[in-house]
Design a protein around this ligand. Structure first.
Ligand code: 5AD
Ligand code: SF4
Length: 443
């Protein structure tokens, strides 16, 4: 049997799709192109309107490109739309929400054996839904994600996640550590801990579970693990202990994604974010004091209901002050069932587009400044693979420095450097990445 997986949305989905691919593979399934697959899984995202629309157009297309395949729809759109998928897309035979990922491989086998069957897996679990351990069975790439929690309790006014992914449930820390140890044992050198709001890890389990700073410390002390990152953080929950971890833990990379969303206190309050711009600036200051080389990235939204030009100017100002290396920026869109969808004073499309353009122009300047600081520096790069834009030439590589910025470089000979840590001197700074060359032989 052959499978094909399409993934939309966040790193949680990427991580779920990776698990599904491995779980199917060890059951004897082979990966295949979309037209040749017996089963096609579409892992969906509904955090904004645009990715949700993409899912529908993909499903329409799949019906024509491979009418005989079992089609399964998972992720946030599946949780939201549920069995109504059957009506609009009769070729869909499996819908599964984020908590049901562990039962998908078995369900696909049942569907393949019984053409009359449809399965819907949309229940939320009371605790973190543990999965079969598949990683230790195959060779792993140098970088992996490890999920530490599912769901979110924050209910920011614009966000659909608490509805599609349910309440926060932290995974048992002993399971997290065991998975990290197994990954390191099979060749992984960098781990990113994943969750919707990692800073509140453990709080749903009270005394019974350790907190996020402790978890970080334990993960960072796994022998052989060179780099640890985590995402996503909520500014209201980022505490002194975690900031201090940036100063103390050598394996913890000097990089943090800290979504600001907006720079105006009035908009932050309406969003229900529970911090102020001054509070955010204080965090940035403390982080830079703990780790002067820290590279900050963020999420920003323009055109939240009632946002004025003055509010927007405060977002631009906050970007300047925080000096973000990079940002993901979006036009606000209504999500069904959220508080913001019912707020008055919606901002027009043209105004949103204009603000987004100005915001992104400023980000380009800030990114240039951040990348410019690497000029002439020697950085340690974890090599992800050959630089694809170089026509597969083996002497050209791509990886990331500890701050997470992309570094392309040329090697000295034809050895495969994938997965190695290599010192690279930066010679040239381009728009979104830098170029350099190997300083010494890596071994
Ligand atoms: N409209 C626009 N952007 C949104 N995001 C979340 N919900 C919405 C929405 N309704 C953005 C936020 C979040 C990122 C993952 O997506 O910036 O941090
Ligand atoms: Fe959504 Fe807010 Fe939870 Fe992030 S913290 S997932 S923006 S509700």
């Amino acid at each position: 049997m052959k499978y094909h997986i399409k993934t939309f949305g966040c790193q949680m989905n990427v991580c779920d799709s990776d698990w599904l691919a491995q779980a199917l593979y060890i059951r004897g399934w082979e990966p295949a192109a979309e037209e040749e697959a017996d089963a096609i899984l579409v892992n969906t995202c509904s955090v904004r309107e645009k990715p949700e629309q993409k899912v529908y157009s993909q499903l329409g297309r799949l019906k024509r490109s491979n009418p005989g395949a079992v089609v399964g729809v998972g992720g946030c759109v599946a949780q939201q739309v549920g069995e109504r998928f059957w009506e609009r897309f009769p070729h869909v035979r499996l819908v599964f929400g984020p908590d049901a990922v562990p039962s998908v491989p078995e369900s696909l086998e049942r569907l393949a054996a019984d053409p009359g069957l449809r399965i819907s897996l949309l229940d939320f679990c009371g605790s973190y839904p543990e999965r079969e351990r598949v990683w230790s069975l195959t060779q792993q790439p140098a970088q992996r994600f490890v999920t530490i929690m599912q769901g979110c309790d924050n209910f920011c006014a614009y966000c659909i996640v608490p509805f599609t992914r349910g309440r926060q449930r932290s995974r048992d820390s002993s399971e997290v550590l065991r998975e990290c140890q197994e990954l390191v044992g099979s060749g992984v050198r960098e781990i990113t801990l994943l969750g919707q709001n990692v800073n509140s890890y453990g709080r749903d389990r009270g005394e019974e579970e350790i907190g996020f700073a402790d978890l970080l410390e334990r993960v960072c002390s796994i022998p052989g693990l060179m780099r640890v990152r985590f995402t996503t953080s909520h500014p209201k929950d980022l505490d002194g202990e975690v900031i201090d971890a940036f100063a103390r833990l050598e394996a913890l990379c000097p990089a943090l994604h800290l979504p600001l969303q907006a720079g105006s206190d009035r908009i932050l309050q309406r969003m229900g974010r529970k911090y102020t711009r001054q509070g955010y600036f204080r965090l940035v200051e403390e982080l830079r004091a703990a780790r002067p080389d820290i590279v900050l990235s963020t999420d920003l939204m323009v055109g939240f209901p009632s946002e004025t030009e003055e509010d927007f100017q405060q977002t631009l100002d906050a970007m300047q002050r925080s000096g973000f290396d990079s940002s993901f920026s979006f036009k606000y869109s209504d999500r069904p069932g959220t508080r913001a969808a019912n707020m008055p004073d919606k901002v027009g499309e043209a105004v949103k587009a204009d603000r987004l353009e100005r915001l992104q122009a400023l980000q380009e300047e800030l990114t240039a400044r951040s990348l410019g600081s690497l000029q002439g520096e020697t950085v340690t790069v974890l090599v992800e693979g050959a630089d694809s834009r170089n026509n597969g030439s083996p002497a050209s590589w791509r990886g990331r420095e500890p701050g997470g910025r992309v570094v392309n470089f040329s090697g000295t000979d034809n050895r495969d450097l994938t997965g190695s840590l290599v010192p690279v001197r930066v010679r040239e700074v381009k728009k979104h990445s830098v170029y350099g060359e190997v300083v010494n032989e890596p071994w």
